[in-house]
Design a protein around this ligand. Structure first.
Ligand code: PLP
Length: 393
């Protein structure tokens, strides 16, 4: 991996800018509002240097045709819904039964509009069943639809060696049948598959403890908790950390599991521009100055939500600057390392290692086992006891 000092990030790749003049660097750093915060005890750290990101823009004609396609699909969707309403076209979608009319509806008609009218047309591009390990190449089971993608049937033919663009396997572990597979088999034989279900139901086993200790040791933090699903690690734990009267500051490109967790928490949510410390600082400053709307009481907690490496763009979080801001404004930082753990940093310990920072600088380290580790589940890690009351809402 490239040296974090003095590099610039382009589509997740760092480019060396060491040759740039100091004048340019300091001008940009000041512009980003990071110079003072990035210096601690008068010492200048490597991350004072310029981080410049650039993303490949989608060509204009692609965007125009995509939006036009969705526009036309939507118009036809309304037309077909009209025909279905009048019984002119058969509706294959789930609908409320007549005798259940007086109950709370199970299917919201409009919410399914996209699924019914647009997704159905392109559905076969995804969700293809595979029948080999999900390595860089895999085998796909051929299927066909006789009713415009509402249902599928397998033809029995297997399409060999298709390029896998649909799943993550950063370290190649998902397709590796070696000692680790034998260990998994042995553990499953003793514990059964229930070992990965929720501990509220199945209890805590020594294997959970072993895994948590291993995760904490790997991340170099005091403690870790593991959960059976990465998505739920975010969506179910954020509400345990913040609630009503708290403020969440969320990067605009955060993953949907973070967005759902934030929404379920009941906290007020404000969005800052992607990886933009100026935009974040403005929100933090306003939050501290104005407090909660109407009452003007101070926010109970301010939680910043970011990702280590952003899944769709490949950009790396500007962690040193964000840590400096969270300290300055006494906020908490929650970082989702789904895409960076195992893959970023000289020994794969994630973004904190990449920037040479103490992992305890991030209040809540979250990650998943799906991308690098060829498994399932997620973790929350950090200090056992915080100085501030992050956990009690
Ligand atoms: C940033 C991020 N967080 C969380 C998740 C959820 O993880 P999982 O797929 O392990 O449930 C994903 C999944 O893609 C992700 O990209």
């Amino acid at each position: 991996m490239a040296n974090p000092g003095g590099g610039t990030v382009c589509n997740g790749k760092l480019h060396n800018h060491k040759k740039q003049s100091n004048g340019l660097q300091s001008r940009n750093c000041t512009k980003n509002g990071i110079v003072k915060e990035a210096q601690q005890n008068g010492k200048t750290h490597f991350y004072d240097k310029l981080i410049v990101e650039s993303f490949e823009e989608a060509p204009l004609h692609v965007m125009v045709f995509t939006y036009m396609g969705y526009g036309i699909g939507t118009l036809f969707g309304y037309l077909r819904d009209f025909l279905r309403n009048w019984g002119i076209e058969k509706c294959n979608a789930a609908v409320e039964r007549k005798e259940q009319r007086d109950f709370v509806p199970l299917y919201q008609d409009f919410e399914n509009f996209y699924t019914r009218n647009l997704y159905m047309r392109i559905r076969d591009n995804w969700n293809r069943p595979i029948c080999s390990a999900p390595g860089p190449l895999f085998d796909v089971m051929e299927r066909v639809s006789d009713d415009y993608n509402w249902t599928f049937r397998f033809t029995g033919r297997v399409i060999k060696d298709v390029i896998n663009m649909g799943s993550y396997n950063f370290l190649g572990l998902a397709a590796k049948y070696d000692e680790s597979m034998r260990t998994i088999k042995d553990v499953l034989e003793v514990y059964g598959t229930g070992v990965s279900s929720t501990r509220h139901e199945m209890g805590t086993l020594d294997k959970h403890k072993e895994l948590e200790d291993l995760v904490a040791k790997f991340l170099n933090v005091e403690a870790a908790m593991v959960f059976g699903m990465g998505f739920a690690t975010n969506s179910m734990n954020i509400p345990a950390l913040v609630g009503k009267g708290c403020l969440i500051l969320s990067d605009e490109l955060n993953h949907t599991s973070l967005v759902l967790g934030a929404r379920l928490s009941g906290a007020t949510i404000r969005i800052f521009k992607h990886n933009n410390t100026q935009s974040l600082e403005k929100l933090l400053r306003d939050a501290v100055i104005y407090g909660q709307p109407r009452t003007r009481r101070a926010w109970k907690k301010i939680l910043i939500l970011v990702e280590g490496v952003y899944s769709m763009e490949g950009s790396i979080v500007h962690l040193p600057q964000i840590i400096a801001l969270k300290k300055k404004y006494k906020a908490y930082l929650y970082m989702d390392e789904a895409h960076s753990i195992g893959a970023v940093g000289p020994t794969g310990r994630g973004v904190t290692e990449f920037f040479g920072l103490d992992p305890h600088e991030v209040d809540v380290l979250m990650g998943t086992f799906t991308k690098s580790f060829g498994a399932a589940g997620g973790y929350i890690a950090g200090r056992k006891v915080r100085e501030g009351p992050l956990v009690s809402v």
